[in-house]
Design a protein around this ligand. Structure first.
Ligand code: GLN
Length: 448
């Protein structure tokens, strides 16, 4: 009912929901009601209201990916993650605002308007899963799904003061996720507690014949794992994540977390991830290259918006894309097409792939000595709406602490760890090796 009153806080539009799937949610509610009445055992998410980032397909609501080009696209199938939530009894409320095709870090690139941060209404909620973080922070839903390609679950979680999980690449199926950069895209849950994201991970994790990159690695009981004690674990502190540019209040909050881990019996170890400084440029070469290829399917013929009154096929493609895509998406298609073009491939794309391997090896070496890594999630708290919209490079640079884990494919989580003196949420980032979600959630639970 709070959503029906207009998605507002203190008279200000949050704009987190783009569409509601009322019929579907009501049908599910009646089904759960029936189970309760007949005394049937309830599935793990029975009756829990959940919102879905609009880059995932869900029958009963449009899937716009925050783009005008998909304005009237009604997908005929559920993403695997959505289908699994449904089968677990969740009330799928509707679709959540996001940066267009998940490209951005502030939710200001959505064709359907900005999202406000419920914790500070004049500030961004982060992005690209800004609607997913805001809807949970505002209690419009208890849990949401976001996607994280280069930080898009973890950074908005930190900005809005909720928990956001980046599972290992391949842990959750990407089937039904509108692709941005396929080698980096991951689905991740957001919620108020570590236990809630662990529960959702338990529902979503596992192989899927519809996604060839989904993994066969064995699963764990993530909630049970998260409750184990952390005494005896070794936690790494990477020096590159505490360099110049880190906000003093965030540094202090993260140092307090480290003290707390020590007090709970962990050994704290200084480590180095020497290729960290190359993570942002590497990410932006690879992500834009993949995006330029993935987005070629939006041509005015196969999906979505089609330009009117065009004379021939090439004008149809050109005009439809010109009208349907926003400025940031066009910028990335251009960047990606450039770095993949014959004359530049070796200098940019191939080089970035090589550096990606070095970044991944940094983590492999680190996890030979430590169980988990603790670091700041973001260099600054949520910035003011409009502050970085004219300066895409400054927005890219704000991804400094998120993109290395994305390139390496490892798992991570953002957990709230206090607030600035102005009341802005601060998140701490925890990282663990491939398929070490159990360990990761255990440390997260201890930090919470
Ligand atoms: N801010 C990053 C970008 O704009 C991350 C986006 C994401 O993870 N989807 O690419």
């Amino acid at each position: 009912s709070r959503i029906r009153t207009g998605d507002q806080i203190a008279g200000q539009e949050i704009n987190s929901f783009l569409s509601l799937a009322e019929e579907r949610a009501l049908r599910q509610a009646e089904h759960i009601d029936e189970l309760v009445k007949t005394g049937t055992k309830l599935p793990p998410l029975a009756g829990i209201p959940i919102g879905i980032k609009d880059v995932l397909t869900m029958v009963g609501a449009p899937a716009t990916a925050g783009s005008a080009i998909l304005k009237n696209y009604h997908p005929p199938y559920d993403a695997t993650a959505v289908a699994k939530l449904d089968a677990a009894g969740a009330l799928l409320l509707g679709k959540l605002n996001c940066d267009e095709f998940a490209m951005g870090g502030s939710n200001e690139n959505s064709a359907y308007g900005i999202v406000r941060n419920p914790r500070a209404l004049d500030r961004v909620p982060g992005g690209s899963s800004g609607g997913s973080a805001a809807a949970v922070a505002a209690d419009f839903c208890s849990i949401s799904l976001g996607t994280d390609t280069g930080g898009s679950v973890r950074q908005p979680a930190a900005f809005c003061g909720v928990v956001g999980l980046l599972p290992t690449y391949g842990r959750i199926s990407r089937y039904g996720l509108i692709a941005f950069a396929s080698s980096l895209d991951r689905v991740g849950p957001m919620a108020h507690s570590v236990e809630d994201v662990a529960t959702v991970l338990g529902v979503l994790a596992g192989p899927d014949t519809m996604d060839a990159t989904s993994s066969q690695e064995p699963l764990s009981d993530y909630v049970a794992e998260s409750k184990k004690p952390i005494a005896g674990m070794t936690i790494g502190v990477p020096k590159e994540y505490f360099a110049e540019g880190l906000d003093a209040e965030i540094r202090a909050a993260v140092e307090k977390v480290i003290e707390g881990l020590k007090a709970q019996g962990c050994t704290i170890k200084q480590i180095s991830l020497p290729h960290t400084e190359y993570a942002v440029p590497t990410y932006y070469v690879l992500a834009t290259a993949e995006a330029s290829s993935n987005l070629s399917r939006f041509d005015g013929v196969r999906y979505g918006h089609r330009a009117d009154n065009v004379k021939n096929l090439s004008t149809l493609y050109r005009e439809s894309r010109e009208e349907g895509f926003g400025a940031e998406v066009k910028r990335r298609i251009l960047l990606g097409t450039y770095s993949l073009s014959a004359g530049y491939y070796d200098a940019y794309y191939r080089k970035a792939q090589q550096v990606r391997t070095l970044i991944a090896q940094d983590f492999v070496k680190a996890f030979a000595d430590v169980d988990a890594i603790v670091a700041p999630m973001t260099p600054t708290p949520a910035w003011k709406l409009g502050e970085k919209t004219d300066d895409p490079i400054s927005m890219y640079l704000a991804d400094i602490y998120t993109v290395a884990a994305s390139l390496a494919g490892i798992c991570g989580i953002s957990v709230p760890c206090g607030e600035t003196k102005d009341g802005l949420p601060i998140g701490v980032q925890l990282l663990a090796g491939h398929f070490q979600e159990g360990k990761l959630l255990r440390v997260a639970q201890a930090v919470e």
